[in-house]
Ligand binder design. Sequence first.
Ligand code: SF4
Length: 295
Amino acid sequence: MKFSKIRWTGFTWNFFTGCDEISPGCDHCYARVIAENPRFANAFPNGFAPTFKPQKLGDPFKVKEPHFCFVNSMSDFMHKDFTDDMRDRAMEVMLECDRHVYQILTKRAQALPRYVTGWLARKGLTSVPKHIWFGVSIESDTYRFRADLLREVPGIRFISAEPLIAPLSSLNLEGIHWLIVGGESGNGSNNFRPMSPGWAVELLMKARATFFVDPLLHAMVAPAYYFKQSSGHRTETGIELIGERIEEYPFYPNHLTREEYFAIQTTLAEKAAERKSARAARISETIKQKGLIDQ
Ligand code: SF4
């Protein structure tokens, strides 16, 4: 368990690690870079090979305050090498430790409805509890079908359009509660594909023009929009879109009180602001040390 630099979440929970590439969005997979780095050999003895780590299953209980939890940032929940039994064991933890909001993201959307439908039947449920969100990554129009498959999952649904490497003009946001948009980060190198701000603005307009009646929330819903970052050398550069930060979360009226829910969001916003000012201070110090400006 690790508190995360990913701005839209609180901590990561990696009981699965390792994966393999499935579409162009994977080309510069940060998880592979980390898992294959010799410096992290102790944490990833199998490198990027899919690995189940049952000893990690209890990690959410160690985080006492309610938080957002990104499930398997170092893998894909629906990778074929993991079994439904392994997934079910993690879902049990999510049901029991329900103070957190779990964010489960996959690119293997074809496998998702079958698994979730089976899990709901095994648990005698008709929809996924509202503190467990399923999402799909979509990097371009070619993969918009993943949203159609996600719509077959009854529950809170989200789309991560990151890295956005081409326009996503035909994305249908009906039934989608949360849309995250971001360009590719080069992790300090030039190894990123550019995202036109126009693609992100088009998705913002689309989110603003979408409304649907949600049978789970018994309410009219508009997708929340979260702009994560422009494409660039590093994460957390260019976190404004058309001059402002747009960091919305879907309305979530379950388990947590509204105050607790908004407290999580405030913590994340403060964390992001601290990082930004720490980074600015580091840059300013470097400039001084290199004598680039008068002191
Ligand atoms: S699905 Fe995710 S974890 Fe797997 S290779 Fe692609 S980007 Fe990496």
